[in-house]
Structures are given as structure tokens and as C-alpha cells.
Design a protein around this ligand. Structure first.
Ligand code: FES
Length: 271
């Protein structure tokens, strides 16, 4: 496509306080290589229609606030170049499976509430040691590798929007919260796996996942929630039969480094 080509942008407009149903509004936008969907929205807002609502913060794929449907696929507006996804027409809509606050802004609070309820933080029985540490919790590179990719989730809601189970059951916990539960369950420093396993195995819980895998396909950060969910299902079954292996890491005394000397002596300091 030539530099500066015009494309038609269709934006879903909806104000729950004024409109009885969503409507589509059409704009023309001149695009060139490098222009992101978020840049395009800013241009339309500044030059054509100041009433459009969308959400953003970091503009660099980190905060997760600009998630929306871009030509029918959930993604980040700031991380998607228009010419990578559209040649003549671009359709923008809010993330499905969430209530709409206005226009392209979906209400992600229910997802955050579920994540909070699944206790996404390290918990241990040695509370005193956690609060006033005297030693270290060692973790091997392999133990870190087991959960590292799941820490990259930015809670943008793209996986929730793509999930067919979410579409039919709004009470389903959803791929983002379940991934966070798994991330902490397999952290070798954590001791609250049994409690979280109880929380995720209810009637709207993890076994409602049908493994469509769309959550992993659309994740803009390359996280694989479908894998986390399947591995957690496996761990739940193993725990049921008393075969689960997770053991909480013990504390290790910090090595005394006071007598350590550098192998090569530092050159004398001269002014
Ligand atoms: Fe932060 Fe897009 S604005 S992820």
C-alpha cells in the first residue's frame, strides 16, 4: 500500500446512558507505515470527532488498558500497526464478554476482582520469616522457568474476550485469572496451592475450559493461558490422587560474604 493511503475506519459507538443499542460510525483516515490503531484513534478524535471514547495509558504494550477488537480480533491498539491488519477498512469495537462503559472502553473490573479472589501473591506458613526475613528463599533457574512466562500477563482482557467459555458463562473464572492462580501455585516459594486449588475447581471453574486455545492465540504478550489451564487441571487430578509433587521451598541461610575477596586485586586509586 502507498504511503498516505486513505482507509475507512468503522468504530462501534455506544453510551449505555443514552443509546438503546450500539451503532457503527464511519471515519476516513490517512494512514502510513508505523501508524498504530491508537495513533489513528487520536487523529480521529483530534480532527474529526472529539466524542469518541477509548482508553490508553502507556502506549507501549505494557499497561493493558487499550485492549479492543481490531478487525474482529482482540488486541492492543497501541501495539498494532494499522497497515499490518487493514488495507481498505478497519473495524474497531470494545472487547466482548465484558460490560461496556462507553464506546471502545470495556469494564475490566470483574476480571480484576476474580484475579484478586484467587490470591495472586506468595503465601507461606512462616509468616514471621516473610515479614522479617533472616534468610533467603532460593529458587533454581528451572523452578523460575516453570512460571516465568505467566508473569508477563498484563491483564488486558484479550484472552477473556476470545474465550468461547466466557461467551456462554459470564461466571466462568476465565483464562487470565486461572493463569495467575497457576503462576503462584507452581512457584516453589508459595505454600497456598491447596487453597487456590479449592477456589479454581468450583462449578464455574477450571474444568469448564474446553481447550479451544483462542486465549493463547490472541495474547499480545505471548503468554500461553491454555497451557497454564491444562497443567493446572493435571495438577488438580494428581492432588486428588495424592500424587502432586509441589513442595514449598525452605529458607536458606544467607552466605557470609564478608571474607570474600575479588580474584583480581583492584588497581590502586590515583588522582
Ligand atoms: Fe498501555 Fe496499550 S496503552 S498497553
Amino acid at each position: 500500500m502507498e504511503k498516505g493511503t486513505n482507509i475507512t475506519v468503522f468504530i462501534r459507538r455506544y453510551d449505555p446512558e443514552k443509546d438503546s443499542a450500539p451503532r457503527q460510525q464511519q471515519y476516513t483516515l490517512q494512514v502510513e507505515r508505523g501508524l498504530t490503531v491508537l495513533d489513528g484513534l487520536h487523529i480521529i478524535k483530534q480532527t474529526q470527532d472529539p466524542t469518541i471514547n477509548f482508553r490508553f495509558s502507556c502506549r507501549m504494550g505494557v499497561c493493558g488498558s487499550c485492549g479492543m477488537m481490531i478487525n474482529g480480533v482482540p488486541g492492543l491498539a497501541c501495539n498494532t500497526q494499522i497497515l499490518d491488519v487493514a488495507t481498505t477498512a478497519l473495524t474497531l469495537a470494545p472487547l466482548p464478554n465484558f460490560n461496556i462503559i462507553r464506546d471502545l472502553v470495556a469494564d475490566l473490573v470483574p476480571m480484576f476482582d476474580v484475579i484478586k479472589g484467587l490470591q495472586p501473591y506468595i503465601q507461606r506458613s512462616d509468616v514471621e520469616e516473610m515479614e522479617n526475613p533472616t534468610m533467603e528463599y532460593f529458587q533454581t533457574p528451572h523452578q523460575l522457568e516453570e512460571f516465568l512466562q505467566f508473569t508477563y500477563c498484563i491483564k488486558c482482557g484479550s484472552c477473556m474476550a476470545a474465550c468461547p467459555t466466557m461467551a456462554t458463562d459470564r461466571e466462568y473464572l476465565g483464562p487470565a485469572p486461572l493463569t495467575q492462580a497457576y503462576r503462584y501455585n507452581i512457584d516453589s516459594r508459595d505454600d497456598a496451592g491447596d487453597e487456590r486449588k479449592e477456589l479454581v475447581s468450583g462449578s464455574h471453574g477450571i474444568f469448564n475450559c474446553h481447550y479451544a486455545g483462542e486465549c493463547s492465540n490472541v495474547c499480545p504478550k505471548g503468554v500461553d493461558p491454555a497451557r497454564a489451564i491444562q497443567l493446572m487441571k493435571k495438577n488438580l487430578v494428581l492432588s486428588y490422587f495424592g500424587l502432586a509433587k509441589h513442595k514449598c521451598a525452605h529458607v536458606h541461610k544467607k552466605p557470609d560474604k564478608s571474607s570474600w575477596k575479588p580474584k583480581i586485586a583492584a588497581p590502586p586509586f590515583t588522582v
